[in-house]
Design a protein around this ligand. Structure first.
Ligand code: PEP
Ligand code: MN
Length: 272
């Protein structure tokens, strides 16, 4: 292992910027990633692309492989979902991100999406991290449910050390004793990461809170403490969502969130 880890500011003092066809993560821009928890149908994802792109989101999200707590819950449309995601990205001029839960899913997804997401439950799936490290695909690495910042940065090192420097970290809340929210958003992680690493950081207040009423406030706070991007779950009809409906915003609430974070973004020198 090199003396200075590849994720560290000691190794690389200049902040990493990830350039996608329609936006750059890690620069002056505040990038918003939005879309449903899961890709449920072509109609649902197309509607989601319309709503999110119209409000100013640059990246469309949606899971085709869903890591569900119960094996009986909706598991995702897999390759059919990836194809729908590619079509929606092209239609609305958005970059795309899908989670992969296995090496097979990774090799499928590489063909269809711009960004690969490694979810919280796979943050320490080291074989999957090594496989992603051997590609040159942009990857969003979510923080594990109970991972320390050090464990999370070491997980990123598995990808970086394979030669893939296109890593974006995502804070999505951690497990604590508190039950009022689904997880506890660790806002301190953003300045801590920024003091240790050159990698860009995304905050996902949707999975952090599990409740749509708290998402806008935490999105504002995330921008204020230095997040480079936000990931927000948006569904055309949250009450009918096959997963994470209670934390999904509808069209009106998402538009309101975008309008209300703009002044915060401007106050910290970010363009939205
Ligand atoms: C998701 O983004 O849909 C997801 C499952 O998130 P996490 O891995 O953070 O739970
Ligand atoms: Mn979700």
């Amino acid at each position: 292992m090199s003396k200075n880890p590849l994720f560290s500011l000691a190794y690389k003092s200049e902040r990493t910027q990830i350039t996608l066809p329609n936006c750059t993560i890690g620069g002056d821009e505040l990038v918003v990633i939005a879309g449903p928890c899961a890709i449920e149908s072509e109609e649902q994802l197309m509607k989601s692309g319309e709503i999110t792109s119209q409000a100013g989101a640059k990246i469309l999200r949606g899971g085709a492989y869903k890591p569900r707590t119960s094996p009986y819950a909706f598991q995702g449309l897999e390759v059919e979902g990836l194809k729908i995601m590619k079509a929606a990205g092209e239609k609305f001029g958005m970059s795309t991100v899908c989670e992969v839960t296995s090496e097979k899913a990774l090799y499928d997804a590489i063909e269809y999406v711009d960004i690969i997401q490694i979810g919280a439950r796979n943050m320490q799936n080291f074989e999957l991290l090594k496989a992603v490290g051997k590609t040159d695909k942009v990857v969003i690495l979510k923080r594990g449910l109970s991972a320390t910042i050090d464990e999370w940065l070491n997980a990123s090192e598995y990808i970086l050390s394979g030669g893939n420097m296109n890593v974006i970290l995502c804070e999505r809340g951690i497990r604590t004793y508190e039950t009022a929210t689904r997880n506890t958003l660790d806002l301190s992680a953003i300045p801590v990461i920024r003091s240790k690493s050159h990698l860009p950081i995304v905050v996902d207040p949707s999975h952090a809170t599990g409740k749509r009423d708290y998402i806008e406030d935490l999105a504002k706070a995330s921008v204020a403490v230095g997040a480079d991007a936000l990931m927000i779950e948006v569904h055309p009809n949250p009450d009918e969502a096959l997963s994470d409906g209670p934390q999904s915003l509808d069209k009106e609430d998402f538009q309101k969130l975008m309008d209300n974070i703009r002044p915060i973004a401007e106050a910290v020198g970010r363009k939205l």
